[in-house]
Design a protein around this ligand. Structure first.
Ligand code: 13P
Length: 325
């Protein structure tokens, strides 16, 4: 087993999942403001410390994805976040993309940036304790979108990122997110997700990415949030698994889904329903952001008196997803 495959298997092991706490400074700040917390470097640190110090987190969480700011910050006892996570048996991941920017030629679509200097940044992150990385590409469904240009540019960047991570010893989480925003049907989401994943795996092959040393982070196949269509849990689970079976080679050790704006409970139900569609050639787990930490942030609201209650809510969400696996 290669070193990369071993890390990927650990990320997917013991029915655990991954916690995405890597919101950019801008996104985290607006989420803090929404619950009445003044966004500062320190308030972002305190909130992330609340998350990682949740009692018994490692029973259901194998890895936490950090943003660069948090990666270099310290918990109250002086350990860095990666040192602290290592001490409690959780792998540290690092978001290495620098954000999704408007795509020239199709400005309503996005291209994710961050390849420049990535080799050197990967080396630094490895030295400071990271074992895996994340890069998120965003694909928009709309009238005339996604364009071929947006899909090709984004899967190319994902493959270049994945190759650089593997060269430096990090397992890349490869995340081509087909957004839920829009009034499209589940069938259209399936069609676009299939096309994006097919092109992604061609590009990963071209760039000689070792497939047993990645973790795929796909969207679930759902109807657009503005469509009014409400497919059943069983329908979403079946459409998602069928899409993945058609496109994802069995050499990929596993997938960790994003939640993408689904409610925490529904995301968990979908994850549970997919597990029942045996036999699956890969592990299926969660790598949720909002669906894991959203309720905890709402409970905390910046009040230290709410810390234990917020951690309890996070532990419950993590345990529910663990149970769904
Ligand atoms: P959500 O689960 O909130 O979609 O976030 C996951 C993630 O890491 C997106 O990049």
């Amino acid at each position: 087993m290669s070193a990369l495959n071993k890390i990927a298997r650990t990320m997917l092991s013991n029915r655990r999942g991954i916690l995405a706490a890597d919101e950019s400074i801008g996104t985290m700040s607006s989420r803090l403001e929404k619950v009445g917390v003044k966004p500062t470097e320190e308030s972002r640190r305190v909130y992330r410390e609340l998350i990682v110090t949740t009692p018994r987190l490692s029973e259901s969480i194998s890895g936490v994805i950090l943003a660069d700011e948090t990666f270099h910050q310290k918990v109250s006892d002086g350990r860095t976040f990666p040192q602290f996570l290592d001490d409690i048996g959780i792998l540290t991941g690092i978001k290495v993309d620098t954000g999704a920017k408007s795509l020239a030629g199709s400005p309503e679509e996005k291209i994710t940036e961050g390849l420049d200097g990535l080799r050197e940044r990967v080396a630094d992150y490895v030295r400071l304790g990271a074992t895996f990385a994340k890069w998120r590409a965003v694909i928009t469904i709309g009238e005339g979108t996604p364009s071929d240009a947006a899909v090709r540019a984004n899967v190319h960047a994902l493959a270049r990122y994945a190759g650089l991570c593997q060269e430096g010893g990090l397992v890349p989480i490869v995340e081509p997110e087909v957004l839920m925003d829009g009034d499209h049907s589940l069938a259209r989401c399936r069609e676009v997700t299939t096309a994006v994943l097919a092109e992604l795996f061609e590009e990963l092959d071209l760039m000689r990415v070792q497939l047993d040393g990645i973790v795929l982070k796909p969207n679930m196949v759902v109807a657009g949030s503005g469509s009014g269509e409400q497919p059943s849990v069983a329908d979403v689970a079946a459409a998602t698994v069928e899409t993945l079976r058609e496109t994802v080679p069995a050499s990929v050790p596993g997938m960790a889904f994003l939640s993408g704006g689904q409610s925490p409970e529904v995301a968990t139900q979908h994850l549970g329903a997919m597990q029942k569609l045996d036999p699956l050639p890969w592990e299926l787990t969660f790598s949720f952001g909002r669906a894991l930490v959203g309720p905890a942030l709402e409970t905390w609201r910046g009040d230290e008196g709410n810390r234990a209650a917020a951690q309890k809510v996070l532990a419950e969400r993590a345990a529910a997803n663990f149970a769904a696996r």
